[in-house]
Write a new protein. Structure first.
Length: 256
């Protein structure tokens, strides 16, 4: 069986243009041929559903929150979920909550995500629908990812990465100008592997083809039989994949 694992933002979803019709058509043809499509995204359950509103895009399974959770293709049934300790979120807020030039969010295993701090002076369209939250809300939700948005300061972004990695009890992934903090061991690669095992697939019976444009996709590219990045991907990501293509459709057609 062939399984395509597709990153979402920067791979399938290209604001403000949205989705490419040729990509959606190629995914439909792929599924109609009997192959599977997995969404492998840093977005949460609710954030992916929000971005797919009124879209014809369909998946067989969803690996969400950089491997922190997975659901059925329609997003209705949680297959597995790993939440991060609330004290980690409190530590992030204590360390960076008042720093200029970043925003701190919490995305959950449920159907609501939160904004805890934003000193950037602007809103990101990915998080425009998030609910304002405070420390008092932390114990009432299961957070899968703490995304820290650092849009214009590479040095500050590197500081956030180094600080988070120094905690030792979390996984850290960078996706363009976001730094994502997850529960230990959670990556897109581990999330895909766990999903395939949980739903009863033997990895040796699968040809896994991955598409992803950023650093948080490297873990799934590592476990792929064939991997794809894009011309806009960072050079490190391009060098880590087997092929660089202009669109998802171009890559899928090679394996149809």
């Amino acid at each position: 069986m062939k399984v395509a694992a597709l990153d979402f933002d920067g791979t399938l979803h290209h604001p403000p243009q949205g989705f490419r019709e040729e990509d959606i058509a190629a995914i439909d043809a792929w599924r109609n041929a009997g192959h599977l499509v997995i969404s492998a995204t840093g977005r949460s359950r609710s954030a992916l559903a929000y971005a797919m509103t009124d879209s014809a895009l369909r998946f067989d399974y969803r690996v969400l929150s950089n491997g922190g959770s997975a659901t059925t293709g329609d997003g209705t049934e949680l297959i597995y979920g790993y939440d991060i300790d609330g004290d980690i979120l409190r530590a992030v807020l204590s360390q960076f909550g008042t720093r200029e030039g970043l925003a701190i969010f919490g995305t959950t295993l449920g159907r609501i995500d939160g904004t805890f701090a934003n000193t950037t002076g602007s809103d990101h369209p990915f998080t425009a629908h998030f609910t304002p939250m405070t420390d008092a809300d932390i114990d009432h939700h299961r957070f899968a990812v703490i995304p820290v948005w650092v849009p214009d300061d590479e040095d500050l972004r590197a500081e956030v990465v180094a600080w988070a990695e120094g905690l030792g009890s979390v996984s850290v992934a960078q996706n363009q100008d976001y730094v994502d903090i997850m529960a230990p061991g959670r990556t897109k690669g581990s999330g895909i592997a766990e999903l395939l095992s949980t739903v009863g697939f033997n990895r040796t019976d699968i040809e896994l083809i991955t598409f992803g444009d950023s650093w948080n996709d490297l873990s799934m590219h590592d476990i792929a039989d064939v991997s794809y990045s894009f011309p806009h991907s960072p050079l490190e990501v391009q060098q880590a994949t087997d092929h660089v293509v202009a669109t998802v459709a171009e890559g899928l057609r090679r394996h149809m």
